[in-house]
Design a protein around this ligand. Sequence first.
Ligand SMILES: [Zn+2]
Length: 340
Amino acid sequence: MRGAVLYAPGDVRVEQRQDPRIEHPTDAVIRLAATCVCGSDLWPYRGVEPVNKPSPMGHEYVGVVEEVGGDVRLVKPGQFVVGSFFASDNTCEICRAGYQSSCVHREPVGALGAQAERLRVPLADGTLVATPEAPPEDLVPGLLAASDVLGTGWFGAVAAEVGPGRTVAVVGDGAVGLLGVLAARQLGAERIIAMSRHADRQKLALHYGATDIVTERGDEGVARIKDLTDGLGAHSVVEAVGTQESMMQAIRATRPGGHVGYVGVAHGVELPGTELFYSHVHLHGGPAPVRRFLPELIDLILERRIDPGLVFDLELPLDQAAEGYRAMDERRAVKTLLRP
Ligand SMILES: [Zn+2]
């Protein structure tokens, strides 16, 4: 089969990879309907994370089950399924508490390379959620978004305790930040401040329910949030970048007693203890337990109540994955959908 492999920073190739097969009785093999490039794929692509060996890429996927192992009971060949970036059993104590991305048996799907024609999914019964029937073609991008960026933005909003009457600020205008805005709207936030300097992303943020746009960053961005909130700061801040600057911006834009939901993969973030101590801010985040939210998100998409697929502003055949990475790296695209 064809699949994307990262050889070195800036060097993505689509090449012949070995066909996946059932390796454990709890596995499924799926044929991908669509896959995509994640903002977090850009960390190794840019050389911020080391690339020590040629690495299959991709951890976002929807597709049709082709084959299941002997112990798989819930997932059946022919079903259209959505999964997430950590395979999880969905039965252990951590999973049952809603933290499937820390499942005691978790396996990273990224290591298996979902930017490909087919994918082996471990722990299929716990990981995959089937739609009632094959979805209409125009909903496939939205379901693909649920696989990671929507689930992650949603977790950011939940972790930030977004709810009715709340003022929410979202740091980061990538796909996760934009879908954090969508999540905040769905969860009933009264006011949603999107921090973005790009006109096209501001437009989508407003479409998804942002009430205010702040273009300033860093201390100036924090000052603008304070201006908009009677000097207090937001109740809830979603951090969707993962840098020192964005994390401090999120913490400082939150009022005492408020909550930061941080879902940008942290790179070099160091929190100052004394400032944190006096901030009275709750911090919660990490790799999103997307599996917790998938059934609800799939329903919202199938009922056409949300349209997270709009974050894909570039669609390419899988064979052109390298251009998909380049476009995101150069910020010509928010998010690239790849068609195997
Ligand atoms: Zn588990």
